[in-house]
Write a protein that binds this ligand. Structure first.
Ligand code: NAP
Length: 285
């Protein structure tokens, strides 16, 4: 299959490399000559260009740009395409994208690979990034069944665990497990930086180990992507942040009132519940 990728960054480059390993021909579009050269050299793309018209003969195109550029890219791309071409995207938010993208292109399928790391750009690509990770497709009543089936088949071939749900359910779910953690982790870091005693702050930096590494990681990723999670998933993110703030207030109250047993019970409940989030990866269409 001839596959196009727009935006050869972490996600686009990782997709390109894996798809080539499966025998597909990958054509990449980047605005930068240097990225094109790296993509060729690293075996991410067979062909590269800075011109969207170079994707005219591809069958499925993955838009892997930042969220704000997805719809403008589709608008610029579609005049070059055959109507049979399928477009899918990798954006971390779906509600703001899917209806408008489907209005622009009938063969559009919303997608979100639930995989990544804290780096960005072509140099951050990872081989096998999508294997055994959830990959969410968000069809609506307007989505062409044949386009959905083609994208589903292709992402399954990356060994991803594919889920289908609505854009709204996707956005509310990822608010809990992806966007809220980014905001909590970012505010943890800024609270630490607010320590006024320079000696304590210096010791805190020196003593920081695995616990701090784990809890600060997701808040220290690509700042533009974190900002776009807030901008494009504002309602769902705010609902989860309000509930999080209530739980934090409850916890502060329990600590102030020395309710040690309640605190231990809460921690025990959470300890047991965490496994449900990390191990429940059955298929669900
Ligand atoms: P990234 O590493 O920054 O790559 C995005 C690429 O898009 C850049 O390399 C850039 O390539 C291109 N680009 C940037 N601005 C653009 C614009 N205005 N118009 C056209 N192209 C532009 O980002 P990423 O982490 O791969 O994320 C890509 C998409 O995947 C985002 O929509 C994100 O929400 C989603 N996603 C990310 C993760 C994650 O953990 N990182 C996980 C799942 C989904 P050139 O400058 O070379 O053109």
């Amino acid at each position: 299959m001839k596959i196009g990728i727009v935006g050869i960054g972490l996600i686009g480059a990782s997709l390109g490399w894996d798809l080539r390993q499966l025998g597909h021909q990958v054509v990449g579009v980047s605005r930068q000559q240097e990225t094109c050269a790296i993509a060729k050299r690293e075996g991410i793309c067979d062909r590269t260009s800075s011109d969207l018209a170079s994707l005219a003969d591809t069958e499925i195109i993955f838009i892997c740009t930042p969220i704000a550029a997805i719809l403008p890219t589709i608008e610029l791309l579609t005049p070059h395409l055959d109507p049979q071409t399928i477009i899918t995207d990798a954006g971390s938010v779906k509600g703001e994208i899917v209806d408008r993208a489907t209005a622009l292109w009938a063969n559009f399928v919303g997608g979100h690979p639930m995989a990544g790391n804290s780096q960005s750009g072509v140099g951050a690509f990872e081989k096998g990034l999508f294997a055994n990770r959830p990959y969410v497709l968000t069809p609506t009543a307007e989505t062409a069944p044949s386009a959905l089936s083609s994208v589903d088949k292709l992402v399954r071939s990356l060994q991803a665990i594919v889920y289908h749900t609505t854009p709204d359910r996707h956005d509310r779910s990822v608010a809990w497990i992806s966007h809220l953690p980014v905001m909590v982790s970012a505010s943890l870091m800024s609270a630490c930086l607010g320590e006024e005693d320079p000696l304590i702050l210096d010791f805190a930096k020196k003593f920081a180990s695995t616990g701090f590494k784990d809890t600060s990681r997701v808040g220290a990723g690509n700042p533009e992507m974190g900002m776009m999670m807030a901008q494009y998933n504002q309602d769902a993110l705010l609902q989860s942040l309000y509930q999080y703030r209530d739980r934090l207030d409850d916890l502060i109250g329990s600590i102030e009132s020395r309710e040690w047993t309640e605190i231990q019970d809460l921690l025990a409940t959470n300890q047991a519940a965490r496994a449900d989030f990390l191990n429940s990866k059955d298929t669900c269409d």
